[in-house]
Design a binder for this molecule. Structure first.
Ligand code: DMJ
Length: 656
């Protein structure tokens, strides 16, 4: 048996009547005639209803128009009033030069947000209204002196002695508490720096020329992208956040490149958006983007940069949501999803301990303690971890257990370097009050001396090698060349004089790492010769390590050494290095390129990449090195983050 067939579906039919002889031709007259016929076909009642509705709608329209017009008039009147009442801010930067100064640059309007510009660098009292920012200098100085005296009266000064270091702590010295102290709020006591030298000297002009050349390449081929690929005249993306542009903002300010700064500022204002589904590395984006924005804010006084910094800082915070409070390496700034690298749940020690200067400063500026608390929690946990060797730390830390992993390997190079740098710099940033940071730093320097410091043969160059499970390796990354500068900075801030001696010795070595190469540029890694043999040089390079990425560390330390000793030989060494960069890494069409072989001057093999730190750090430090004015970004007023972005010292001794 088959089931009966289903009933046929009911169909609705529409009947269409086509009028014979009259076809639609789409003409206006056809449409007019058709409408009129329809109108005539309506009943009288229908026509009256339609006419009533149309009249009603017209009346409503007229009434609305009258009221909106009133509001517009009132609104315009108010802002005109306000404009009259508000004193006009003098622009930070003078009106930009004409577009002809740089081919292809569109004319820029002067920005009203600027207050004063190079050569007048200034730290402003942040997060306040513009009135607050205009406090006069006399009042500022009186308050600073008064506060310093009050503090002096109420503080008993003690002497902290640590392994030969005799340090007079600043008033209020104490161990950090578990909760971050309320960050010192910005005030008119923020340190200020003197005017930049009226006109750059010849060597500084050469740096400006190098910067312009690098910037021209970026501007032409990579505008708004992360990095320039100067040889292929294109770009590469890492985070897709205009990394080079942000990293370079404060360098442009310091070099007095007003037009370039304004154009970049406009990009930040119009194009930089952090609501993006993109993973960023917490450390790299903190030191380059957050640090760059904070520094640009301090130098220019432009709130735009602080707003962007706060937005970005908020988006990084999910990285700290881990079982151990040791942050993940990566965080998605659009979705807030944070995670370690794909192959491990470890983070790098240098990365999690070199974000504190920036997070602390962000808290100070915004008044929101969460940034500082999250970052300082990491410092506290790392401070008390087992697995260190006389203050030296391993290279990895687990985000679940919060413990060091891959124990027994110690280096001052990649993955550990800036841990040591930030111990000292946080202590300086906070006004030399956080004794625990100082103790960890001093202990680490002693650990370096004991386990990692050796002399090469035949030249007896002092160098910092590596230790792996008790075995010493005479390997030194170029990255380690930050250390002479950091040691010199510590000595300047009252740490033992033998730190400066070590700084000088290591500086000589870092210079030789450049000098002994055929191009005059250091390779990424060198190995030192430990045994006296006539035919061997002190500095050896393996084929895989012969590249130079335009890194800053040697010139960074040259800057500190010159600034703090006054010895002009450091400027001469920096000048040699700048000339080498120009000879071997400058790409004619714009930009500079990292190279693959520093030992082949005939074919250094450009790698087609200009790292953002070449503009953010290398050229900035060269410019500062060639300055003979110690008040240009004074080391008593500013501390540079590990990407060379200057941040103010919170309570500089003497208040100046
Ligand atoms: C920069 O991003 C920073 O200086 C960091 O601390 C180390 N690496 C590069 C420069 O070499």
């Amino acid at each position: 048996m088959y089931p009966p067939p289903p009933p046929a579906p009911r169909r609705d039919f529409v009947s269409v009547t086509l009028s014979a002889g009259r076809t639609y031709d789409g003409s206006k007259s056809w449409r007019r005639r058709s409408c009129w016929r329809k109108w005539k076909q309506l009943s009288r009642l229908q026509r009256n209803v339609i006419l009533f509705l149309l009249t009603f709608l017209m009346l409503c329209g007229l009434l609305c128009y009258a009221s909106v017009a009133d509001q517009w008039r009132a609104g315009n009147g108010r802002s005109a009033e306000e404009r009259k009442r508000r004193p006009v801010d003098p622009p930070v930067l003078p009106a930009p030069r004409k577009a002809e100064d740089l081919p292809g640059v569109l004319p820029q309007k002067p920005q009203r947000h600027f207050r004063r510009g190079p050569p007048n660098l200034q730290i402003r009292a942040p997060s306040k209204g513009s009135e607050d920012r205009r406090q006069d200098d006399t009042k500022w100085r009186d308050e600073a002196v008064g506060d310093a005296r009050r503090e002096e009266r109420h503080t008993r000064r003690t002497v902290v002695s640590w392994r030969g270091a005799v340090i007079e702590p600043q008033p209020g010295t104490e161990l950090p508490t578990r909760k971050a102290e309320a960050p010192p709020r910005p005030s008119s006591q923020a340190p200020r720096i003197q005017n930049q030298a009226a006109s750059p000297n010849e060597r500084q002009r050469a740096v400006i020329d190098a910067f312009r050349h690098a910037w021209a390449g970026y501007r032409k081929f990579a505008w708004g992208h992360d990095e320039l690929k100067p040889v292929s005249r294109s770009f590469s993306e890492w985070f897709g956040l205009g990394l080079t542009l942000i990293d370079a903002l404060d360098t442009m300010w310091i070099l007095g490149l007003k037009k370039e700064f304004e154009e970049a500022r406009k990009w930040v204002s119009k194009k930089l958006r952090f609501q993006k589904d993109v993973d960023v590395n917490l450390f790299e984006s903190t030191i380059r983007i957050l640090g760059g924005l904070l520094s640009a804010y301090h130098l220019s006084g432009d709130d735009l940069f602080l707003k962007k910094a706060e937005d970005f800082g908020n988006r990084l915070m999910p990285a700290f949501r881990t079982p151990s409070k040791i942050p993940y390496s990566d965080v998605n700034i659009g979705t807030g999803a944070a995670h370690p690298p794909r192959w491990t749940s470890d983070s790098t020690v240098a990365e999690v301990t070199s974000i504190q200067l920036e997070f602390r400063e962000l808290s100070r500026l915004t008044g929101n303690k969460k940034f500082q608390e999250a970052a300082e929690e990491v410092t506290r946990r790392v401070h008390s971890l087992p697995g260190k060797k006389d203050g030296l730390v391993p290279m990895f830390i687990n985000t679940h257990s919060g413990l060091f992993t891959h124990m027994g390997v110690f280096t001052l190079g990649a993955r550990a370097d800036s841990y040591y740098e930030y111990l000292l710099k946080q202590w300086v940033q906070g006004g030399k009050k956080e004794t625990q940071l100082l103790e960890d730093y001093l202990e680490a320097i002693e650990g370096i001396r004991r386990h990692l410091l050796r002399r090469s043969e035949p030249g007896k160059l002092a160098f910092v090698g590596e230790l792996a499970h008790g075995r010493f390796s005479a390997k030194m990354d170029h990255l380690v060349c930050f250390l002479p500068g950091t040691l010199a900075l510590g000595a300047h801030h009252g740490l033992p004089a033998d730190h400066m001696e070590l700084a000088r010795a290591l500086m000589d070595t870092c210079y030789q790492m450049n000098r002994q190469m055929e191009t005059g540029l250091s390779p990424e890694i060198v190995h030192f010769n430990l045994y006296p043999q006539n035919d061997r040089k002190d500095v050896q390079v393996k084929p895989a390590d012969r590249h130079n990425l335009l890194r800053p560390e040697t010139v960074e330390s040259l800057f500190y050494l010159h600034r703090l000793t006054g010895d002009p030989k450091y400027q001469d060494w920096g000048w040699e290095i700048l000339q080498s960069f120009n000879t071997y890494t400058r790409v004619p069409s714009g930009g500079y390129s990292s190279i693959s072989n520093v030992q082949d001057p005939l074919n250094p093999q450009p790698r087609d990449k200009m790292e953002s730190f070449f503009l953010g750090e290398t050229l900035k430090y060269l410019y500062l090195l060639f300055s003979d004015d110690p008040s240009l970004l004074s080391l008593d007023a500013y501390v540079f983050n590990t990407e060379a972005h200057p941040l103010p010292i919170w309570a500089p001794p003497g208040g100046a």
